[in-house]
Design a protein around this ligand. Structure first.
Ligand code: 5GP
Length: 193
């Protein structure tokens, strides 16, 4: 997605060879116009796939996931990192290890919101090692839902996430695919025609 690549080039900061900071339009301040366009792009890709729900992981995936759900006219569900104190019955849970942050967290989904009739599109901000997306898929499978695909804003293609998801037969649709990061350097895999 040209407009996302341009935004990454103008405002993204390569912290090192592994981590890209996009705090001015995704992770801290959020660009609503860009999020709207991102939602439309995911919806266009998945419009004929029978998506019943869009699912994201708290918290940076919420803005693009909501815009995607709006465009597809389906509900959006947030997988919670902290189980709610009032909603602690009938939960599906799984542990995710974040290599980026060097931490583990528990991901929670209420049984109320997903069932075997759901065909789910997962939307997240980054794809790196694929741990977050794989954990989300594990959780959705506990609820007997099927996966329509994984929509990613920024894929770091030099990390193994895409390969891990494709090995499981998951459709991965990334709007910007970074082949290389470094000091003052952000390179993309050219978009397919
Ligand atoms: P994964 O589970 O695929 O290794 O990492 C995905 C999650 O880690 C994303 O949801 C995102 O929150 C975070 N993440 C991974 N790499 C980056 C990065 O380069 N920049 C930022 N801002 N977040 C990242």
């Amino acid at each position: 997605m040209k407009i996302l690549e341009e935004k990454i080039l103008s405002e993204g900061i390569a912290v090192n060879e592994d981590i890209l900071k996009v705090d001015s339009f995704v992770n801290h301040q959020v660009d609503p116009v860009l999020m709207h366009q991102i939602g439309e792009a995911f919806a266009a890709h998945y419009k004929d796939c029978g998506v019943t729900k869009v699912v994201t992981i708290e918290s940076s995936g919420i803005a693009p996931a909501l815009m995607t759900a709006l465009a597809l006219n389906v509900p959006m569900i947030i997988l919670k990192k902290q189980p709610s104190k009032v909603l602690n019955d009938n939960l599906y849970q799984t542990v995710i290890t974040s290599f980026t942050k060097g931490t583990s967290y528990e991901l929670t989904l209420s049984q109320q919101f997903i069932n075997e009739n759901d065909h789910v599109l997962i939307v997240d901000d980054f794809l790196a090692n694929g741990e977050a997306a794989t954990g989300a898929i594990r959780l959705l499978r506990k609820a007997h839902a099927t996966i329509a695909g994984v929509g990613i804003l920024i894929e770091k293609s030099f990390q193994p996430g895409r390969g891990k998801l494709m090995e499981q037969g998951i459709d991965v649709y990334s709007l910007a695919r970074i082949s290389k990061l470094g000091k003052d350097l952000i390179e993309f895999i050219p978009e397919e025609e």
